[in-house]
Design a protein. Sequence first.
Length: 70
Amino acid sequence: MTPTESKFDQLPLWAWIGIALIILVQSTWLYVDSRRRGARHPWFWGIWGIIQAPVPTIVYLFAVRKIHRK
């Protein structure tokens, strides 16, 4: 592998920080909102939100917030 090839495999530091912030904000919002709305197992939404993005938010909006009924 040449030195130029390995540079394309690495994300810059600002990208890693951005990804971490997005996941942290998503997880916090999912936990707080599900707790406020009285959803069952708000800790589940928080943990799932910190594992990946954006699938937990999309599922949460349809399962708990029920945005499709409006």
